[in-house]
Write a protein that binds this ligand. Structure first.
Ligand code: SF4
Length: 467
């Protein structure tokens, strides 16, 4: 059974599949060399990058992420402050500390091999690492795939169920299971998830809640950083960071009594997604491209909702995480597989269900909110301009955050029992819609707004997108 901490991973922008995943793969490989006892014999590493990772890697920090991963850094703990200095050191000295302990020569131009026109067979985001000894003999070799949302698998693991599955007290495959468990055991969704997470991690429920609170804090930090950073995002589109100015204008209007709080969730989400596009510290929710929706709704809840309290904030993420698990288990959270409905649509569904829950919603109302949020994202394509996670992604997160709150509020006005469409039905429909979707609308930047804007004017190179 998946953990909610698989859905909410503290990492860095701009991409869960193109930054977080490659860093984890490189760190896994260097750790593996240590476990095999061959680390001291390694003279050189070749990092081969394929398909979508090759095409977009430079603009999205994939190659830098690999260097840092080879040194043993992981997305959740890499120090973003010292990152430019470390990269400068590796490049200028042509050396890196493999697994943090063993110095090897490393020339990026020679040792990062970018296979622009090749793909590995199982997924567009492929990497192969090879460790050589002083005689240029291979000591160890491994293929990894970065399969979306920061998840990585080895070639051997691809498509197989995890072998280290832990049994949990309340296993659920779908929403029907979850509703039945809550009803039979007289538990809330948050309580079910806490018990399962305690079994998965071997921790006490209180420790699980502490970890959830740390995720919430990371989200809040991201919103607050995003509200302060100005400037232009890198990548060539010349997109200005808008969240700080918009927040200032909103505050002024509010103080003048001319505006209520309605637009705040939109601005909080934009703050997170601008931070993501700038390579800052973000939490996947469920991906980097869709990382603004859940934090925005949660930040809005803790700032403005009368029921906001530390436990309710934890419950929000426990419920949102459970809904994310349903999508990951039964459909997809990858734009490459099902379009943006699987990223921003899923994030909206998670946030709507969670907001309903912490506003006092019953399990039926929570389900209804989550279902409506996906129902009205069905068919949403992925067409980011220039392959960057900026246009339309930043505003799109804001709109989804607004929508999540409205649908949660709507769910609370009814009992949730008269609906025609269940959450399980809409998840199944989302998957089928994604499979039917033309491939140019799934992380290629070869259709939609990406093409229209390119035709219009700007010298935007079309790249394969990552999110
Ligand atoms: S449009 Fe594509 S790149 Fe942008 S948020 Fe949606 S899935 Fe991610």
């Amino acid at each position: 059974m998946l953990s909610i901490f698989d859905i909410f991973k503290i990492g860095l922008g701009p991409s869960s599949s193109h930054t977080v995943g490659p860093m984890k793969a490189a760190a896994a490989f260097s750790g593996c060399l240590n476990d095999l006892g061959v680390l001291p014999q390694v003279k050189r590493i070749a990092a081969e990058v394929y398909g979508s990772l090759a095409l977009t890697g430079l603009g999205h920090g994939t190659f830098d992420a690999i260097l840092l991963g080879l040194e043993g850094s992981l997305p959740h703990d890499v120090d973003l402050e010292t990152l430019p200095e470390r990269l400068e050191h590796i490049n200028s000295q042509a050396q890196l500390q493999l697994n943090g302990t063993h110095t090897i020569d490393f020339e990026v131009a020679r040792d990062v091999v970018v296979r622009y026109s090749d793909s590995l067979p199982k997924h567009p985001n492929g990497l192969r690492f090879i460790a050589y000894d002083e005689n240029e003999q291979s000591l160890h070799e491994q293929i990894y795939y970065s399969i979306g949302g920061g998840f990585i698998v080895t070639d051997e693991q691809f498509g197989k169920p995890p072998t280290d599955a832990v049994s949990v007290p309340y296993p659920f495959q779908n929403m029907a299971d979850l509703l039945r468990i809550c009803d039979e055991e007289d538990l809330s969704i948050a309580q079910v998830v806490v018990q399962n997470e305690a079994a998965i991690s071997g921790e006490k429920p209180l420790a699980v809640r502490r970890r959830v609170a740390a995720v919430a804090q990371a989200m809040f930090d991201c919103v607050e950083r995003g509200l302060q950073q100005r400037g232009v995002l890198s990548g060539g589109l010349n997109v200005k960071r808008r969240a700080p100015d918009l927040a200032q204008k909103m505050q002024a209007l509010r103080e003048a009594g001319q505006l209520n709080t309605h637009l705040w969730p939109m601005i909080y989400a934009m703050a997170v997604n601008e931070e993501n596009a700038a390579g800052g510290r973000v939490v996947t929710a469920p991906t980097n491209g869709a990382a603004g929706v859940v934090p925005a709704v949660l930040y809005y809840f803790q700032k403005f909702h009368p029921l906001a309290a530390p436990r309710a904030i934890e419950d929000f993420l426990l419920v949102a995480g459970a809904i994310g698990i349903l999508y990951k288990t039964n459909a997809s959270i990858s734009g490459a597989e099902v379009g943006c409905q699987g990223e921003v649509g899923v994030a909206c569904s998670m946030a709507a269900g969670a907001f309903s829950a912490v506003s006092g919603g019953t399990t039926a109302q929570i389900e209804n909110a989550a279902e409506m949020a996906m129902e009205h994202h069905l068919g949403l394509t992925c067409d980011p301009v220039g392959g960057l996670v900026q246009i339309p992604c930043i505003e799109r997160n804001g709109i989804a955050a607004e929508k999540a709150i409205k649908l949660a509020q709507l769910s609370l006005l009814e009992d949730g029992f008269n609906k025609k469409v269940s959450l399980d039905m809409v998840i199944k429909t989302m998957l089928q819609t994604g499979l039917d979707m033309k491939s140019t609308y799934k992380e290629t930047s070869l259709a939609g707004l990406a093409v229209t804007l390119k035709q219009k004017a700007v010298p935007i190179s079309v790249r394969v997108v990552e999110c």
